[in-house]
Design a protein around this ligand. Structure first.
Ligand SMILES: *Cc1c(COP(=O)(O)O)cnc(C)c1O
Length: 500
């Protein structure tokens, strides 16, 4: 951009010297790229020093501004060095995506346009609809299906469940849940906490959540499911939805989606699939069979900021019946009415299918990622992560000090350190101490969970930067730290903490 000192300055917020602003902007971009390029030179995570934390608390509201260069220096000193760490090759905690340089640039370009994507006649609508069509096709979902980009998996699942609820109780938009019998939603006990949150928010209450037990591979027990549905019906309840898991957060297990779809059809229930990360296994030709049957769902939730490594935030809800989406969400206040022509020809295309009115141009980063890398490369990276999980499982199985706590079916590995002199109770506190030390020493970031009541270290590999060496380095460090702690009995032996 050119320096333009001639033009009258109308805005207080645009730069008075575009040339100087551009120089700062270019420096930021160079720094950003080098920050990402040198990611391996830094630890995955380090604690934010108390002094930095305090500095945010004492800083006054900035009534007067300062130069962007000074603010940028502040960013580099107090903010940039203390991230969650999920862009690092050795970050496998919870299920966090890594992001990509392409996605980062797309965020900048989307911010340049700063489009409002409720609808309207504009390119962003075309881009989002195209991304949705590509996602539909990659899942073998019917071409007539549609969808909407949302903030993430929780929001996507919430939208799916809202459609399920309203399909079962058509007068609910007018009357609320006053006049309906108790509503029930069925899902395995391994289901992510979005389900409870959604049932609470949708007015059905936590008691609407019917958690079905699982088999040894952490998959929903279908006979138990049908028994529960029958019992609830006999007692006057109104079952509305079966939720299938494609990749559970605890162990990466996937329910038998084909059979769940058949049960849902027979019982005339909505079939929703939480495929937050698992749905993306479809992009890897070798692994697409893992989530067979997902295409039979009425609604599918998936996260694009986890596995296809798009930058935060972006998730997607796909729906087989577009009409049920608008029946659930559409409103047409006079100030937003479709004008037939002009910019407002279809002002609410997306806003009529979800809870957000003002929406950003999330679709651009997904679109640029898909086009720049291609689905083959993204799918290969997803497949690589799954193979890394299987590699970890073999390494653990072959090691006398490591124990695999759940079968690896996708990209999640649950393990613990074991030692013949440490009893089962103390293993929980010992492994918890290993977890903390692995994080604090800057070796890696796994997280923890419990599998069948047993404390587990857990890796969820949605990281395109991870190598087999990284996995091995973490497992070896786990053994070394465990041995050290046992040798010095340097872990709490009361073992009150058995669940986390
Ligand atoms: C991450 C996750 C969610 C929630 O998604 P967010 O993007 O964090 O809101 C739901 N289900 C599963 C299986 C997940 O892994």
């Amino acid at each position: 951009m050119e320096a333009d000192t001639e033009a009258p300055k109308d805005s207080l917020l645009d730069p008075s010297d575009w040339g100087a602003f551009a120089a700062t902007a270019h420096r930021m971009l160079d720094d950003a790229l080098s920050y990402i390029r040198k990611i391996r030179e830094r630890p995955p995570w380090k604690a934010v020093p108390q002094g930095i934390k305090d500095s945010f608390l004492i800083e006054r509201t900035p009534l007067k501004g300062e130069s962007i260069d000074r603010v940028y220096e502040d960013f580099k000193e107090r903010i940039l060095p203390y991230p969650t760490g999920n862009i690092h090759p050795r970050f496998w905690g919870w299920v966090m995506g890594t992001g990509t340089p392409v996605s980062m640039l797309a965020e900048m370009l989307a911010a340049t346009m700063n489009s409002h994507v409720a609808g309207y006649d504009q390119s962003a609508v075309l881009v989002e609809n195209q991304v949705i069509r590509w996602l539909v096709e990659l899942l073998d979902y019917p071409v007539t299906a549609s969808g909407l980009l949302v903030s993430g998996g929780t929001a996507a699942n919430l939208h799916g469940l809202a459609m399920a609820r309203n399909a079962a109780a058509p007068n609910l938009r007018r009357d609320g849940i006053r006049n309906v019998p108790p509503l029930y939603v069925y899902a395995s006990q391994e289901t992510h906490s979005w389900l409870r949150r959604s049932c609470e928010l949708l007015g059905m209450g936590e008691s609407a959540v019917r958690l079905v037990p699982v088999d040894a591979a952490q998959r929903i027990l279908i006979d138990e499911l049908t028994l529960m549905i029958g019992r609830d019906r006999r007692e006057g309840g109104l079952p509305i939805c079966i939720v299938g898991n494609a990749g559970t957060v605890n162990t990466g297990s996937t329910d038998d989606l084909e059979r769940l779809a058949a049960v849902a059809k027979e019982e005339r229930l909505w079939f929703h699939v939480d495929g937050a990360f698992g749905a993306l296994a479809k992009w890897s030709p070798m692994h697409r069979g893992l989530v067979a049957g997902i295409e039979r769902a009425d609604t599918i939730a998936l996260d694009l900021h986890k596995w296809p490594y798009v930058n935060y935030e972006v998730g997607c809800i796909l729906f087989r019946d577009d009409a049920q989406a608008t029946r659930t969400f559409s409103l047409a206040p006079s100030y937003l009415r479709a004008a037939g022509r002009g910019i407002s020809a279809d002002p609410l295309h997306f806003a009529d299918r979800g809870v957000q009115l003002s929406r950003g141009f999330r679709a651009l980063k997904v679109w640029m990622m898909m086009k720049t890398y291609g689905i083959e490369a993204l799918g290969a990276s997803i497949g690589k992560n799954i193979e890394q999980a299987h590699y970890a499982a073999r390494y653990i199985d072959a090691h006398s000090r490591l124990e695999l706590l759940a079968p690896v079916s996708m990209n999640v590995v649950c393990l613990r350190y074991v030692h013949p002199e440490v009893n089962a109770c103390d293993l929980a506190s010992l492994n918890h101490e290993i977890l903390i030390q692995v994080q604090e020493r800057g070796i890696a970031v796994p997280s923890s969970t419990t599998v069948g009541g047993t404390y587990a270290l857990r890796l969820a590999i949605t990281n395109h930067r991870t190598t087999l060496d990284d996995i091995r380095a973490f497992l070896d460090a786990t053994v070394d730290i465990g041995n050290e702690l046992v040798l010095h009995r340097a872990y709490p032996v009361t073992a009150e903490r058995s669940a986390e």
